[in-house]
Write a new protein. Structure first.
Length: 621
C-alpha cells in the first residue's frame, strides 16, 4: 500500500479524465467557431490520446531495475526489483553486531579466573588452565564452524596451549552442540584420570549450573557473594567491549552425564574475554542511515554489556536502553509495544524472541529490515518487510528467506541498499514529472493557442512527435540514472508519500506551466512574422526544447541523460530542417529568427524552472 503501483493508479485516474476533457474542450472550441467537424473531431481525439503518458507504466520498473543493477555491482543481490520500493520505505534496521559492524574476526584477548585477569600475552599457569579447559569444551579437531569456537581454538594454538594441558591423555568422546536456547557447548571426554565434562558458554547460564569455584587452595563452595563477584567481573569485561565466556568442568561417571538435564554441579575455572574490533567505516555507515531517518536496533545473542558497549561506540543508543531476552519474555504484546521505542539494544535474545521483536515493530507501523546469516535467523528475515541475508557464508535457509542477499556482511553494503531504495523514489518522481508535466504542458499550450487562434497549433503527427522526442528517451534516461547530490539527510525526505505526493505534484505543475509558457511565448511572438504553419513550427520547437532543457538541468551529471537529450534535439532539428520530412509532420523549415525565438523562449522557461523549483535534486545540481 502506498507504493509506486498504487500512486500510478491514482495518477492515471487523474490524467485520463484530464486528457479526455482537453479533447472535449478542443472539439467544443471548433464547434463554436464553426470549423469543419470531421478534422476538428480528429484533432480532439488525437490530443486526448497523445496527452496520455504512454511511458507511465514503465517508469517505476525501469528505475527499480537500474537501482538493482547498481546494487549488484556493490555486492547486494536483489531477488525482485520491486523490493527496492520496500527498501526505500525502511525506517528500522535490526541487525546483529557480529560481522555487520565489526571486522568479523573474533580473537581471544583476556583471561580471568575470577580473582584476576590478564592479557593473553601474560598468562600464568592458572590462567593457562582456563584456556586449556575452554579448548576441551570446544568441538573436536578440524575447522571450527562457529566463530567463537574458532577464536578460542586459534588463540590457544597461538599460545601453545593444548587440550591435554592439565588433562594427560585427553580425548573427546561426545559433545552437546551449542544452540542459542542452550547458550553453552558441552564436551564429554576422558583422560588418564577418568571421564570429564567440560563446558563453556554464556556466564549467566554456566554460573547457574556451577556449585564450586576453583581457587589456589582447591575448589570452594560458590556462595551468593562469590556469584555476585563473578557477575561484576563479567559485566566489567563486557562493558569494555569483550564477549565473555565462562568455563567450567567436573568429573563424570558415564556418557549419560552428557544430557542437558545433567549438566550441573560444575566447578568454575574462569572467564574468557573475546573481542571483535569495530570497523572504522561502520560508524560512518550508521550515521548515514540515521541521517536518512533509519533507526538502528541491535538484536543480538551477546552479553548486554558487550552489546551496549558496541552500541555506545557507534552512537546507536541515542538515550535508549538495553533489554534482555528474559526481560522480553515477561512482557505481553501490548507492554512490549509501549516499550519498543525506548529500546536500542536487545541482548541475549533467541531466534523466537527476534521474531517477536520484528512483529512488534511492524504492528507499530514501522517498516522493518532484518539482517541475518543463520538458519535460526530465517523466520525473522522472512516476516520482515525486507529480509537481508548477510555474507557469502549465509545458510541456504537464510538466503531462501531473504529479499536481498548481501555478498559481504558489512553494514556499509546494507546501508547502500537502503539508501539506493530511497534514491529510487527520487528517480521515479523526476521521471514522472517529465512525463506528466510535459504532457500537461502540451495540453495547456494546445488549448490556449486554440482558444486564441481558433485552430489547434499542433497536428496529430506533431503531437505524436512531441511525445516521441520528450517522453521516451529522456524520461527513461532519468529513471535509469543514479540521482545526483542526494545526501543521506536529503534522502530522509524521500519515500512513497513524500516523493510521489506533494513534491511530485509541485514538480508536475511547475514543468507544465514552464513548458506551456515557453511554447506560448514563442508562438505569440512568431505570429506577426510568418504563416500559420511557420508560427506553429516555432511553437513546436519551443515546446520540445523547453522540456528537453528542463530534463537536461535535472540530469546534467548523467552521460545517459545528456545523450538522450542530445539525440532528441538533433532529431527535432533534422525533422524541422529536412524538406519533405518537415512537410510530412506539418512543419516548415525555420530561419535564424524562428530558431532564435523558439530557443530563446525555451531557455527562458528553463531558467525560470531552475529558479522556481525547490526539488532536492535541482538544488543539489
Amino acid at each position: 500500500p502506498g507504493g509506486v503501483e498504487a500512486r500510478l493508479r491514482t495518477l492515471t485516474r487523474v490524467t485520463l479524465p484530464l486528457s479526455l476533457g482537453a479533447g472535449v474542450v478542443l472539439f467544443g472550441n471548433a464547434v463554436v467557431r464553426r470549423r469543419p467537424l470531421v478534422p476538428a473531431f480528429g484533432t480532439a481525439v488525437n490530443l486526448a490520446v497523445a496527452a496520455i503518458p504512454e511511458g507511465l507504466p514503465f517508469v517505476a520498473t525501469v528505475a527499480e531495475l537500474a537501482a538493482a543493477r547498481r546494487l549488484s555491482a556493490r555486492g547486494a543481490l536483489v531477488r525482485k526489483p520491486a523490493t527496492l520500493e520496500a527498501l526505500g520505505r525502511v525506517d528500522v534496521l535490526c541487525f546483529d553486531k557480529t560481522g555487520t559492524l565489526t571486522e568479523g574476526r573474533i580473537s581471544l584477548r583476556r583471561v580471568s579466573n575470577g580473582s584476576r585477569d590478564a592479557a593473553v600475552e601474560d598468562l600464568d599457569p592458572v590462567l593457562r588452565a582456563v584456556v586449556a579447559a575452554a579448548v576441551r569444551a570446544s568441538p573436536g579437531d578440524g575447522p571450527q564452524p562457529h566463530p567463537t569456537d574458532r577464536a578460542v581454538v586459534d588463540g590457544a594454538r597461538a599460545l601453545g596451549i593444548a587440550a591435554v594441558e592439565g588433562r594427560a591423555g585427553w580425548r573427546p568422546l561426545d559433545d552437546l552442540p551449542f544452540e542459542p536456547g542452550r547458550a553453552y557447548h558441552a564436551v564429554l571426554g576422558e583422560d588418564d584420570g577418568g571421564v570429564c565434562l567440560s563446558v563453556k558458554g554464556a556466564p549467566e547460564v554456566v554460573l547457574e549450573r556451577t556449585t564450586t569455584w576453583r581457587r589456589a587452595g582447591g575448589p570452594v563452595p560458590l556462595g551468593p557473594a562469590d556469584r555476585q563477584r563473578l557477575t561484576d567481573v563479567t559485566d566489567r569485561l563486557a562493558r569494555r567491549g569483550y564477549r565473555v565466556l565462562a568455563v567450567a568442568e567436573r568429573s563424570a561417571r558415564s556418557r549419560d552425564d552428557l544430557d542437558q538435564s545433567r549438566v550441573d554441579r560444575l566447578e568454575l575455572l574462569g572467564l574468557l574475554g573475546l573481542a571483535d574490533t569495530v570497523r572504522p567505516t561502520s560508524a560512518a555507515a550508521v550515521r548515514a542511515l540515521q541521517q536518512a531517518g533509519v533507526e538502528i536496533v541491535m538484536v543480538t545473542g551477546d552479553h548486554p554489556g558487550t552489546a551496549e558497549a558496541i552500541a555506545a561506540e557507534l552512537g546507536t543508543l541515542n538515550g535508549r536502553r538495553v533489554m534482555t531476552g528474559p526481560e522480553l519474555d515477561t512482557l505481553g504484546d501490548d507492554e512490549l509495544a509501549t516499550q519498543l521505542p525506548e529500546v536500542g539494544v536487545f541482548a541475549r535474545v533467541t531466534p523466537g524472541q527476534k521474531v517477536r521483536i520484528v512483529q512488534g515493530l511492524r504492528r507499530a507501523g514501522r517498516t522493518v529490515a532484518v539482517t541475518g546469516d543463520g538458519a535460526n535467523d530465517a523466520a525473522a528475515i522472512r516476516i520482515a518487510d525486507v529480509g537481508l541475508a548477510l555474507g557469502e557464508h549465509a545458510t541456504a535457509a537464510a538466503r531462501e528467506a531473504a529479499d536481498v542477499v548481501v555478498t559481504d556482511d558489512r553494514i556499509e553494503t546494507t546501508g547502500a541498499a537502503i539508501l539506493e531504495g530511497r534514491a529510487m523514489w527520487a528517480s521515479v518522481r523526476d521521471a514522472l514529472a517529465i512525463l506528466l508535466g510535459g504532457n500537461l504542458g502540451e495540453i495547456l499550450f494546445t488549448l490556449g493557442a486554440a482558444l486564441v487562434g481558433g485552430d489547434s497549433p499542433l497536428s496529430t503527427r506533431q503531437l505524436l512527435l512531441v511525445n516521441l522526442l520528450t517522453d521516451v528517451l529522456p524520461s527513461m534516461a532519468v529513471a535509469l540514472r543514479p540521482p545526483p547530490g542526494l545526501t543521506p539527510d536529503v534522502l530522509a525526505a524521500e519515500g512513497p508519500s513524500s516523493s510521489l505526493g506533494s513534491a511530485l505534484t509541485r514538480d508536475i505543475v511547475l514543468r507544465a506551466v514552464v513548458t506551456a509558457g515557453a511554447a506560448t511565448t514563442a508562438w505569440r511572438l512568431a505570429r506577426p512574422l510568418g504563416t500559420q504553419a511557420h508560427t506553429n513550427t516555432v511553437g513546436l520547437v519551443a515546446l520540445v526544447s523547453a522540456q528537453l532543457g528542463q530534463t537536461l538541468v535535472m540530469g546534467w551529471r548523467s552521460p545517459l541523460v545528456i545523450g538522450a537529450v542530445a539525440v532528441s534535439f538533433l532529431a527535432l532539428g533534422a525533422i524541422i530542417m529536412t524538406p519533405g520530412v518537415s512537410q510530412f509532420f506539418g512543419c516548415r523549415p525555420l530561419g535564424p529568427v524562428g530558431w532564435t525565438l523558439a530557443l530563446g523562449a525555451a531557455a527562458g522557461g528553463t531558467a525560470a524552472a531552475v529558479v522556481g523549483s525547490r526539488s532536492p535534486a535541482v538544488h543539489a545540481t
